[in-house]
Ligand binder design. Structure first.
Ligand code: PHE
Length: 454
């Protein structure tokens, strides 16, 4: 093996990295979260704000993560260790790697629970369980799932099991093999769903809702929600992309590839939003109905349409695929680190991590029923607390410090050779983006989300 390779394996080519990173980025954030927060924050203006955040904060930080990963060629913790040593920076920077491992573990514990609902809904829709139901019945169906810890645990177990099975098999025969067929299928399902949305008759209204600029709907809050979501949806700030970056061949252009990944993620969010809003409007339902949009409004809308059971089933298969390819990336920083540190076999590490994460996930399962009145942070259940802590605090902080590390600590020469930068003007764009724009943007979100009234 030549020195410029990772011991964990390497992506076979540029496109596999694009698919893997897009697989990480495209997840519940795009299909479940984006449509409802766009709905709650005024549609078009929110979409524009989010696009700006992806371009100004998301892309620079993602470039930095891939660069650090490829330069270090190890797990985020050890890559950071190495780069800190070489640049004679403070060891404290390696905390970025540690915090990322913890964040990934925490996110996966509740992500698996929500993805489990998605798996459960495949059967519920495909079997015609939502045909012709009214709003109350649809709300009731989700409430029944929430009140049944056994059923939720079963689907949480299935989702975690699939994730660990794939992860255990390694970068090439596990991750790549799954991604090779899951991602193309995901794109096909998405297009099928868009076609169905267009045929539903609500497309014009859906399009108008997503893209018409109602400036009065623009609020400072909405702007900051958009920035926070940009970090979550691009999987930045916790090392997932850094871990994947370690497996990127030297010949790949980082900047060009990251732009492709960010565009794919954005396009999927926009198409999912268009499809969902078309179907919602075609049935005269409310777009701004909050987190229940995907599990209440969408199943109900499908239930009122011809072939709704079939396409509703397809929709939740799409959701599950997207969630699986994100979940495997959540484990990679920890798995790679444990393998390096203890020289342990990847499958043993994966199973141990999976069991631990599954156990923590049970606390999220119970947050909806037996522990619904157990609060951790303020008035928040275990589930809400973990979601809040990771998405609103750990990821923004992670992105902030990654930008600072790449902007101020990494030697100029490393950056220029990794990014293939030869001109001063290109270097100036990188410098301003990483030293000023990205950190300030993230800082704004961070301050907002920890502000007591936020
Ligand atoms: N980007 C994923 C989504 O949109 C979530 C995620 C966050 C995955 C951080 C990996 C790391 O659902």
């Amino acid at each position: 093996m030549t020195p410029d390779e990772s011991t964990h394996g390497m992506w076979s080519n540029r496109w596999l990295f694009v698919l893997a990173a897009a697989g990480s980025a495209v997840g519940l954030g795009n299909i479940w979260k984006f449509p409802y927060i766009a709905g709650e924050n005024g549609g078009g203006v929110f979409v524009v704000a989010y696009l700006f955040c992806v371009a100004l904060v998301g892309i620079p930080v993602m470039v930095a993560e891939v660069l650090i990963g490829r330069q270090g060629r190890q797990s985020p913790i050890n890559s950071m260790r190495l780069l800190v040593q070489r640049s004679e920076g403070s060891q404290a920077w390696t905390l970025i790697g540690w915090a990322g491992v913890v964040a990934g573990f925490l996110i996966l514990s509740f992500y698996s629970v929500i993805a489990g609902w998605g798996l459960y809904y495949i059967g519920e829709l495909a079997s015609g369980g939502f045909v012709g139901v009214d709003g109350n019945t649809a709300t009731q169906a989700l409430a029944e799932l929430h009140s049944n810890p056994i059923l939720m645990s079963v689907f949480h177990t299935v989702f975690m099991g699939i994730t660990i099975f794939i992860v255990a098999r390694g970068v090439v025969s596990g991750l790549e093999r799954a991604i090779r067929w899951l991602m193309p299928l995901l794109f096909v399902l998405l297009i099928v769903l868009l076609g169905y949305g267009i045929a539903s008759g609500g497309f014009a209204e859906g399009f108008d809702f997503m893209f018409a600029l109602r400036w009065d709907a623009l609020s400072f809050d909405g702007l900051l929600v958009a920035l926070g979501h940009a970090a979550f949806t691009l999987s930045i700030g916790m090392g997932a992309i850094m871990a994947y970056g370690a497996y990127v061949p030297r010949s790949v252009s980082i900047t060009r590839t990251v732009i492709t990944i960010a565009m794919l993620d954005t396009v999927v969010a926009l198409i999912a939003g268009l499809a969902i809003f078309s179907i919602v409007f075609a049935n005269g339902l409310e777009p701004g109905s909050g987190p229940g949009l995907m599990f209440v409004t969408v199943p109900r809308a499908f239930g009122q349409m011809s072939l709704g059971a079939l396409f509703g089933g397809i929709f939740f298969i799409l959701v599950s695929f997207a969630a699986i390819t994100s979940a495997i990336s959540l484990t990679e920083p920890a798995i790679a680190f444990l393998v390096e540190e203890y020289n342990a076999s990847r499958s043993r590490v994966a199973v141990s991590l999976g069991v631990a994460c599954w156990l923590l996930g049970l606390a999220s399962v119970f947050s909806f029923n037996v522990w619904s009145d157990v609060y951790v942070v303020g008035e928040k259940t275990v589930f809400d607390s973990i979601d809040y802590l990771t998405a609103n605090i750990m990821l923004p902080l992670g992105a902030f410090f990654i930008a600072l590390f790449a902007g101020y600590v990494l030697p100029r020469g490393t950056v220029m050779s990794q990014l293939g930068i030869t001109s001063e003007s290109a270097m100036a764009i990188w410098t301003v983006g990483l030293k000023v724009i990205a950190p300030l943007g993230v800082l704004a979100v961070f301050l907002y989300t920890i502000w007591p009234s936020g």
